[in-house]
Design a protein around this ligand. Structure first.
Ligand SMILES: [Zn+2]
Length: 77
């Protein structure tokens, strides 16, 4: 089983407060912190979101050149 996860550039973990540790599961839209294990289901509309601008699929597809997307090994636990 291959789970596709993608780092969210600039996102801050609400639990451990580290930045650039949040990944989003592209299949379920869950968010997880690779540093402390925090995970969060897809946020409801209107709830506070992580400070990022790269997660909305409806947004422009242009991604920030300075923040390349990094795929991580799903077995890297
Ligand atoms: Zn964390």
């Amino acid at each position: 089983m291959s789970t596709r996860r993608r780092f969210i550039a600039g996102a801050v973990c609400p639990q451990c407060k580290l930045s650039d540790k949040i990944v989003v599961d592209l299949d379920s839209d869950r968010r997880e912190c690779v540093a402390c294990g925090f995970s969060e289901a897809r946020p409801e509309a209107g709830s506070s979101e992580l400070p990022t601008r790269v997660t909305r699929p409806a947004a422009r597809r242009v991604e920030t050149p300075a923040s390349p997307v990094r795929l991580i090994d799903p077995n890297d636990d």
